[in-house]
Design a protein around this ligand. Sequence first.
Ligand code: PEP
Ligand code: MG
Length: 587
Amino acid sequence: MHMERIKGIAVSPGIIVGRAFLVGTAEQVVPHRTISESEVPGQLERLAKALAGAGAEIAELRERTRVELGEEPAKIFEFHAGLLRDRALVTATERRVRDTRVTAEQAVADQFRVLVDQFNRMGNEVFEQKANDVVDLERRVLGVLMGKQESRLAQLTEEAVVIAHELTPSQAASLVRTKVVAVATDLGGRTGHTSIVARAVGLPAVVGCQRLCGSVEDGDEVIVDGNEGIVIVRPDARTLEEYRRKHERARRSREALRELSGLEAVTKDGVRVQLMGNIEFPHEVEAVLANGGDGVGLYRTEFLWLTSERPPDEEDHFRAYMRAIDLLKGRPLTIRTCDLGADKYTQEQMADPERNPFLGLRSIRHSLAHPAEFKMQLRAILRASAHGPVKTMFPLVSNLMELRQAKLMLADLGEELEDEGVPYDRSMPVGVMIEVPSAALMSRVFAAESSFFSIGTNDLVQYTLAVDRGNERVAHLYQSGHPAVVYLVKSVVRAARSAQIDCSLCGEMAGEPLFSMLLLGMGLRTLSMVPDQIPVIKRVIRSVTMDQCERLARRVGSFDSERQVETALRDELRKLDPDVFGQWVAE
Ligand code: PEP
Ligand code: MG
C-alpha cells in the first residue's frame, strides 16, 4: 500500500501524525483500495469470520425474538440466516476478493448491492422488502468487519485521527472527551459549524477531502496538516521526517506568538483594538484569557441544545452564563441567543428535516417559533446580567419585526423579574447580528433600534454570494474578499458609526490575518475570533499604522474582483513579516 496525498480545505491549524480511526456509516467508510495478491488469504479469512459473526448475531436475535414475541415473528430472520448460508452468494463474494482484488468490506458491499438491485428490479412489494433485508444484512456484516464505532470511540486508549465522510457539529464537540487528536472529512467547508467547533476545541482539521474515506483503513498512519489542508495517508519515511520538522517549526512560532498575550492590541500609531474570543462552551473563556483576549464577543449558546439529550431549562442556561461570567472576572460577555437550524440540528429537528435548512426555520426564526424555550433563555440572560457586563444579541435577523418582537419579549420578561424582585441590568446592551444582506442593506434602520452590531461574515458571505458555507464543491466560490462583501461590511460599519453605536465583526474573517488591515481600515475596532487566533491578529495590529490600513481599505474599495482584493491583501501582509505571516499568504 503506497502513500497518498489528498488535498482538502484547511480549517483548523496544527500538524498531527497519528493512526486513522474511521467514523461514519459502514457504506461511507468502506475501504476502496486494491489489495496485493499476498493479502488475499487474509481478506478471505476476515470475510469468513464476518459472515460467521453476522450469523451468530442473527441466531441470537432470532432466539430473543422467539422468547419475547413468539415463533411467528422470529421467522423473519430465517431469510437473513438463509442468505448467509447461501453458497452462491458466499462464493461470488469470495471471488470478488480474489479476482478483483478488493478488501472484504468492498466485496461485501459490491456483491450485496447486486442482489439488492435484482430484488428491486422485480418490481413488487415482497421483493422490495427482501431488498431491504439484504441492505440490513450487508450493514450487519460490514459492522462485524469494521467494528461498532461509537463504543470504540469512547474506549480509545491511544491517540487517534478521526476520518469521516461527514461529522455533525455535535459529533465534533463530543470528540473533546476522547483520545482524538485531529479530524479529516470528505465533506465540509471552512466556515461550516463542524469546522468552527474543531477550531474551538483545538483539533487540527482538514475538511472537503472528497475521496478520503475510500483511501484510508482503520489503523493506517496518517498526517493531518491543518495549516495547508493536506492529508497524507501511509506517509513514507521522508515525508514523515519533513512533517516532523514542519510541526516543530509551527510549535515554535505559536509559542513565540503566545508571548504577545500580555501586550495590548494597539497599532504603531496608538489605536487600541479590542480582540475578543468566540466560544461555544463556558470553559473556553480560559483559552480566551490565556491568549490575551479582552472578553467574549460571541458565545454560541446553541451548543447547550446540541450537547444534551433534552433542551436546556432556565437553570441550565443560567449556570452556563454564570460560569462564563465568573471566569471572565469583569470582562464583557456577549451572549448570542440560540442559533439552531441550518447545519446545527437537534435530534428532534433531524427527524423532520427541512428541504432547504439554510433558508429555513433557523436562528431567531426558530427562537420566535418556540417562544417558551426562547423565554427561558432570555430570562436566564437577564438574571445573569446582574452579575457581570453581559450583552445579548440576536442571530440572523432579516427584518425589523423580528428584532422588535424579540426586544418586546425581553422587555416583558424584565418586568416579570422586576415583579419577582429578581435583579437584572436594566441597561443591558441589546444588539443585532448582521449576517443577512437585507439587514446589511438596511443597517441604518437597524442601527436606530440596536445598542450594537456584530457582523457575522460567515453567513453574510454565504447569503450574499449564494454559496453554501459548508459545501466543499463550491468552497472556491466562498470568498470573504468578494467586493460585494467588502461593500456590505463597509456600509454596516458606516451606519453604526453615524448612529454612534458599537460595531464588531465575529465571523471567521476576524481571525484571518489576511483581512486584519482591511477590517481596521474600514473602521472596525472590535474583532471576535477563535481564541487561538488572537495572538497572530495582535501581531498584525502591532505591526501596522492606522494610516496604512485606511489607505489599503480605500484602494481595495475601488477593486472589482475578488482576485484583486486578495492579491493586494497578500502583498501587504507579506511585506509586514514574511517569516511570521508566510503560512497565511500562501496562494
Ligand atoms: C457568522 O455567521 O459569521 C457567525 C459568527 O455566526 P455562526 O458562524 O455561528 O453562524
Ligand atoms: Mg451566523
